[in-house]
Design a protein around this ligand. Structure first.
Ligand code: PLP
Length: 419
């Protein structure tokens, strides 16, 4: 466990040992532009711990082979490791069965899988899909494509100026034409944590299934899909300390069984003749072709890593760090935060009067600080907040207060440069 015990007035409280956890992430040891790297772009991709790197290279050195179809030793080892990763995912999100966990390359592919598998089968002309005003393009565009194809309509849950969804307006949008609610757990542009359990319960009261874009939820929050009771939960591995190319669609078996496959090809069939193909059972029906075996095994190793740390202490530490950076940054004259919801995690987005976020990002890079500048694949959020773009610092449990200070000092420097 990467947490030390701190005795406080007779109470034992876990404290997060950030120096120790940083040792697990080799990429953090480097300098950029002669400064220690300050990596604050975790919402785009988080870094990968040594154990995940080693697991990936062990697969390549000792186990590399195609899965499922081989009778030989290596294929069986690769299959065991791949299916073992699926079981780790199941436990991590508390799914009932591992066949409810489909491996995909990430959230984009995952949401497209649900769009093709569920949407094209169950959505028709005049039906409605409900998304929220803060969605990433990955949870807008596929539904728009579906609406265009089917003559269906996209409805949008509005949000307030702080970046919180308006739940009464959400409920008012739901009706007998609504075929799906698709909403993000945590906003990549604003940091808002959405009340998924409450939203699911309101959708289910009207018999409507709900999909969660969990890209930013899984890296920060404990995920219990049975407790959330969501119908789909989609994850990108590269945002939760695993390699790119890994990801998961959780879906309730009763939906997945009724859905059409997404891609057709090898490994997803039971029988094929030129007249007709019958499909394999779950999860294979949704995993055509050779998957990203090394990446998904890496995702399993990332889950092992997360199980080996004190996640509660990690989350408390992240929240403290976000509060610290928020206070310091918002005290700078000319800085305006974008996204001030009461329930937030991970993300600190801001604009500076008269200075374009790309200039902020470029100057910060010269200081060795990696942040992201732009619309963060959420152009409707930028429009709603009336900004062309934002600068976004996003945190993980390996970031430090000294790094938050470096961010704040560099922002002050940017303002001086432009004044
Ligand atoms: N949804 C959210 C909230 C995201 O932040 C991202 C990536 O930034 C995505 C979806 C898309 O994820 P991926 O690029 O891994 O497919």
């Amino acid at each position: 466990m990467i947490a030390t015990e701190k005795v406080l007035e007779g109470l034992t409280q876990p404290a997060w040992d950030v120096a120790r956890v940083r040792e697990e992430f080799p990429v953090l040891r480097q300098t950029v532009n002669n400064r220690p790297l300050v990596y604050l772009d975790n919402a785009a991709s988080s870094q990968v711990p040594q154990v995940v790197i080693e697991r990936g290279s062990r697969y390549l050195q000792e186990e590399h082979s195609n899965i499922h179809r081989g009778v030989h030793y290596l294929s069986q080892r690769a299959t065991t490791a791949y299916e073992g990763a699926r079981e780790k995912v199941r436990r991590f999100i508390n799914a009932r069965e591992s066949r409810e966990c489909l491996f995909v390359r990430g959230c984009t592919e995952g949401i497209n899988l649900v769009m093709h598998g569920y949407g094209r089968k169950f959505v028709g002309a005049g039906d409605e899909i409900v998304v929220s005003a803060m969605e990433h393009h990955a949870n807008i565009v596929p539904w728009q494509m579906l609406c265009e194809e089917k003559g269906a309509r996209l409805r949008v849950i509005p949000m307030n100026d702080a970046g919180e969804l308006l739940l009464d307006e959400y409920e008012a949008l739901l009706n007998e034409r609504t075929k799906l609610v698709a909403v993000m757990h945590v906003s990549n542009a604003l940091g808002t944590i959405n009340p998924i359990k409450e939203m699911t319960s309101r959708a289910h009261k009207q018999g409507i299934p709900l999909l969660v874009d969990g890209a930013q939820g899984a890296p920060h929050l404990p995920i219990d899909v049975q407790d959330l009771d969501c119908d789909f939960y989609v994850i990108s591995g590269h945002k939760m300390f695993a390699p790119t190319g890994s990801g998961v669609v959780y879906g309730k078996a009763e939906w997945l069984e009724r859905m059409n496959p997404f891609l057709g090809g090898g490994d997803m069939i039971r029988t094929v003749t030129f007249e007709k193909t019958t499909y394999a059972g779950l999860p294979n029906k949704f995993e055509a072709g050779t998957p990203a075996i090394a990446s998904q095994i890496g995702l399993g190793a990332a889950i092992d890593f997360l199980n080996g740390i004190d996640r509660e202490a990690a989350h408390a530490y992240e929240q403290e760090l976000l509060a610290y950076a928020t206070e310091k940054l918002s005290a700078i004259e000319g800085v305006r935060l974008i996204g001030t919801a009461r329930e937030k995690t991970g993300v600190l987005a801001f604009v500076i009067d008269e200075i374009h976020p790309h200039d902020v990002g470029t100057i910060l890079d010269q200081e060795g600080i990696a942040i992201r500048a732009g619309h963060h694949c959420a152009q409707p959020v930028m429009k709603r907040m009336n900004v062309p773009a934002t600068a976004r610092a996003s945190f993980a449990f390996y970031n430090t207060k000294a790094e938050a200070d470096a961010l704040v000092n560099a922002v002050q420097k940017v303002i001086e440069v432009f004044s």
